[in-house]
Ligand binder design. Structure first.
Ligand code: GAR
Length: 220
């Protein structure tokens, strides 16, 4: 069973989606960590009987000292994989360099489009015909690590950021568990900082079709 630590700052719907399928998919969530003590994600973890822990950045002199303390807590539960599921902090390069396990993040855009915030509004402003979400390896570049998998949705003429976010989020809830399951089954590995699938470098992001990740093109 792959031991997964989840980092989350918000309501925790991606955490709930992960937890709903963890046994079947060969992974177990062994801890949830947050910078927000009152987050829905931590409440969800407590309700589910999962180790839940908050550390607030306010008491630390800088980002690095907070991150080092935060990830020391995370590593205490001995995860094999760290999953950022709505963890809304930039992580310092120093802390990342010391992490002995891979860390992935789910981001609500088709990276490399729209790193950072307000991705749905930015996709609408740009007049994009499609939008989506990406799971990527976390590196020191914000939302800039190698992309592992993506889910695509159409943008409708009458969308606003809220309706578009809801369409993307529904796909996130399949994209993230399917991506973690690839690690759990030993199909996806990190080799010299790059994702490898089935013993080959991943040439292009996997695409979510229905609930399954495939290699041959976008979800239509
Ligand atoms: C998700 O849409 C996730 O993609 C996004 O935060 C939301 C968390 O929702 N993450 C980021 O924007 C990271 N840059 P949740 O708390 O309901 O899972």
């Amino acid at each position: 069973m792959l031991r997964v630590a989840v980092l989350a700052s918000g309501r925790g719907s991606n955490l709930a989606a992960l937890q709903a399928c963890d046994d079947d998919a060969g992974f177990g969530i062994v801890g949830v960590f947050s910078d927000k003590p009152d987050s829905g994600a931590l409440q969800h973890a407590r309700d589910a009987g999962i180790h839940a822990q908050a550390l607030v950045p306010g008491g630390y002199p800088n980002r690095e000292s907070f991150d080092l303390a935060f990830f020391a807590d995370v590593m205490q539960i001995q995860p094999d994989l760290i999953v950022c599921a709505g963890y809304m902090r930039i992580i310092s390069a120093v802390a990342l360099a010391r992490l002995p396990v891979p860390m992935i993040n789910i981001h609500p855009s088709l990276l490399p489009l729209y790193p950072g915030l307000h991705t749905h509004a930015r996709a609408l402003e740009a007049g994009d015909a499609e939008h989506g979400a990406s799971v990527h390896l976390v590196t020191a570049e914000l939302d800039g690590g190698p992309v592992i998998a993506q889910a695509r949705v159409p943008v409708h003429a009458d969308d606003d950021p809220t309706t578009l976010a809801a369409r993307v989020l529904e796909r996130e809830h399949h994209l993230l568990p399917a991506s973690v399951a690839l690690f759990a089954r030993g199909r996806l590995k990190l080799h010299q900082g790059q994702p490898w699938l089935d013993g080959e470098p991943l040439a292009a992001p996997l695409q979510l079709r229905g609930k399954v990740l495939v290699q041959d093109g976008p979800d239509k």
